[in-house]
Design a protein around this ligand. Structure first.
Ligand SMILES: Cc1cc2nc3c(=O)[nH]c(=O)nc-3n(C[C@H](O)[C@H](O)[C@H](O)COP(=O)(O)OP(=O)(O)OC[C@H]3O[C@@H](n4cnc5c(N)ncnc54)[C@H](O)[C@@H]3O)c2cc1C
Length: 226
């Protein structure tokens, strides 16, 4: 019987798998998508996350940033906060996931290209995807199918509109070593330095519209710069 079965090979699942392997457990990860996995994301790791990855022995690539700058989309008014305990890092999701997967593999974690599917459990074991384990961790994302299937999902707060994530990369030298958060009442844009000639722009919005329209309507100053 496996010690620990992890559903999902994103950052949470692979970090959990590495913790388990470092604790001496036999760990199997179920992840249907091939490495490197991409996802719409601001791609900014805060200093605490950078430290955690270092503790797990995961080399984090990318570009350091010193803090966060908030920019009002309408007026351009800005406020900045600098980190006190070391920098954050801007890193492409694909590179972060590949680094985590590499560390997990080096520790003997097996990754199987399968979905968790139906989960069965009794007092001392849990079964999924044809495997039996002492424990199962559901790290299968924000809308976790495993959590939903087990009846553990928490209903969304009433009155909160759904939000959509969009993301694009630009071959542009970063103009700042801060992550910029541009904000408007229904939309935020995160600008993250990812390397000497690459930035990422992620938009979180409650309005359904294409990426260019979101930027042009809500953050014309940022759109002009890009
Ligand atoms: C627009 C946007 C910007 C963001 N910006 C930032 C940021 O700058 N910094 C930051 O730290 N966070 C940011 N986040 C949040 C961050 O992306 C998430 O917190 C993070 O991806 C969660 O990781 P996870 O491993 O829990 O889930 P995911 O990354 O979603 O991974 C879940 C994995 O589970 C797999 N899976 C799904 N179903 C099953 C199944 N049945 N069986 C097996 N596997 C399954 C999926 O294929 C997937 O690979 C942002 C999010 C959005 C939307």
């Amino acid at each position: 019987m496996i010690d620990l079965l992890v559903a999902g090979g994103g950052p949470a699942g692979l970090a959990t798998a590495i913790h388990g392997a470092l604790a001496g457990l036999e760990v199997v990860v179920l992840e249907p998508r091939p490495t490197p996995i991409d996802k719409a994301c601001g791609e900014g790791l805060m200093p605490g996350a950078v430290r955690r990855f270092e503790e797990l022995g995961v080399p984090v690539p990318g570009s350091a940033f010193r803090g966060i700058r908030y920019v009002d989309g309408a007026t351009g008014l800005r406020a900045e906060g600098l980190f006190r305990a070391g920098p954050g890092r801007g890193v492409r999701r694909t590179e972060l996931q590949a680094a985590l997967a590499g560390r997990a593999e080096a520790l003997g974690v097996r990754v199987l290209a399968r979905r968790a599917g139906e989960v069965r459990q009794d007092a001392d074991r849990v079964g999924a995807a044809g495997l039996t384990a002492r424990y199962l961790v559901a790290a299968d994302g924000l809308h976790s199918p495993v959590r939903r299937a087990l009846g553990l999902a928490v209903p969304a707060a009433p009155g909160r509109p759904a939000r959509y994530g969009l993301r694009r990369h630009y071959a542009v030298a970063p103009w700042s070593d801060l992550v910029e958060v541009h904000w408007a009442p229904d939309c935020e844009a995160y600008v993250t330095p990812l390397g000497p000639d690459r930035i990422g722009v992620a938009v979180l919005t409650s309005r359904q519209a294409p990426f260019d329209v979101q930027l042009a309507d809500r953050f014309p100053g940022l759109a002009a710069r890009l």
